[in-house]
Design a protein. Structure first.
Length: 206
């Protein structure tokens, strides 16, 4: 898995995608939405341009913009290796196989080797042909804030050309004051360039 991921990172030069962040707070019946364009450049640097915003400005700033800032911070060169799903950061155990929509995957348990806000504890679905991560289910290894009681998430990935990239991120957080809050991220309109030098290798998809 780690070797295959390293090979994909080395060959993936840049891509862009659109994202839609939505937040729903059930206790206060509050919603917010953010649409952005994300640009990725080898070996992992990201920039994000906000296209539109609707809903509560307080929620957008305190939650959605904070999520984006955390991701950008994690993409910095000195931090990237600390956030990767790799043997350096996790202990893995093979649990068996999992079937979804007539396709099977290896199922791994991932335990962080040290407590960290950028690591998680949970299960990983691995595609048996590409040894790529297709799904991650879990919770943060360490709470990001005293105000957060519990967070669970599901990340899903799909194959675009030779690359497995995120298509959805669903999380549920129980906070001390605001109660249950759901945040969903949808990833669409991928445009992938695998060779900057020649300009070849562009793949589009949703």
């Amino acid at each position: 898995m780690a070797a295959a991921e390293n090979a994909r990172i080395e060959s993936l030069k840049d891509y862009t995608s659109l994202r839609r962040y939505t937040l729903v707070n059930k206790r206060f019946k509050t919603t917010a939405e953010l649409r952005v364009r994300m640009n990725y450049r080898h070996p992992g640097e990201k920039t994000i341009e906000v296209i539109s915003e609707t809903g509560s400005s307080i929620i957008r700033k305190s939650v959605l913009h904070r999520l984006i800032k955390t991701e950008l911070d994690s993409s910095r060169a000195q931090v990237r290796n600390e956030t990767r799903i790799s043997p350096a950061n996790y202990t893995f155990q093979l649990l068996g196989v999992k079937t979804d929509e007539s396709r099977w995957y290896y199922l791994l348990q991932a335990e962080p080797k040290h407590p960290s806000k950028v690591l998680f504890r949970g299960q990983i679905w691995i595609d048996p042909e590409d040894y790529a991560i297709a799904r991650v289910e879990g919770s943060p290894a360490q709470n990001a804030s005293f105000f957060i009681q519990k967070t669970t998430f599901v990340h899903e990935y799909r194959k675009f050309g030779a690359y497995w990239l995120p298509v959805s991120n669903k999380s549920e957080t129980e906070t001390r004051f605001f109660g249950p809050t759901e945040v969903n991220v949808e990833y669409t309109d991928y445009k992938i360039n695998t060779d900057l030098a020649s300009g070849a290798g562009t793949v589009g998809g949703k």
